[in-house]
Design a protein around this ligand. Structure first.
Ligand SMILES: Cc1cc2nc3c(=O)[nH]c(=O)nc-3n(C[C@H](O)[C@H](O)[C@H](O)COP(=O)(O)OP(=O)(O)OC[C@H]3O[C@@H](n4cnc5c(N)ncnc54)[C@H](O)[C@@H]3O)c2cc1C
Length: 44
């Protein structure tokens, strides 16, 4: 089990095949966009 779906957790999950659990609603951590969420269109 991997806690955190930032770039590190997503890469670890991809490499290991273990499930990744994220505390926030969307993955990406501090590397995620402030403007685009899944299902939304970019506004800038
Ligand atoms: C303004 C800015 C610009 C940057 N520019 C660059 C760049 O040009 N090049 C570069 O290489 N890097 C850059 N970085 C750095 C890069 O974005 C980070 O090093 C990288 O995103 C860190 O990823 P991480 O997965 O280690 O951590 P994080 O992105 O912090 O992800 C951790 C995740 O774990 C989750 N989490 C925490 N606790 C729990 C819990 N108990 N249970 C479940 N989930 C949990 C968090 O919600 C978060 O989603 C930049 C960073 C910033 C802020």
């Amino acid at each position: 089990m991997i806690l955190g779906a930032g770039m590190t957790g997503l890469a670890a999950g991809w490499a290991s095949g273990f499930p990744v659990f994220e505390a926030e609603e969307t993955p990406g951590g501090i590397c995620s966009s402030c403007y685009v969420r899944p299902g939304e269109r970019a506004t800038v």
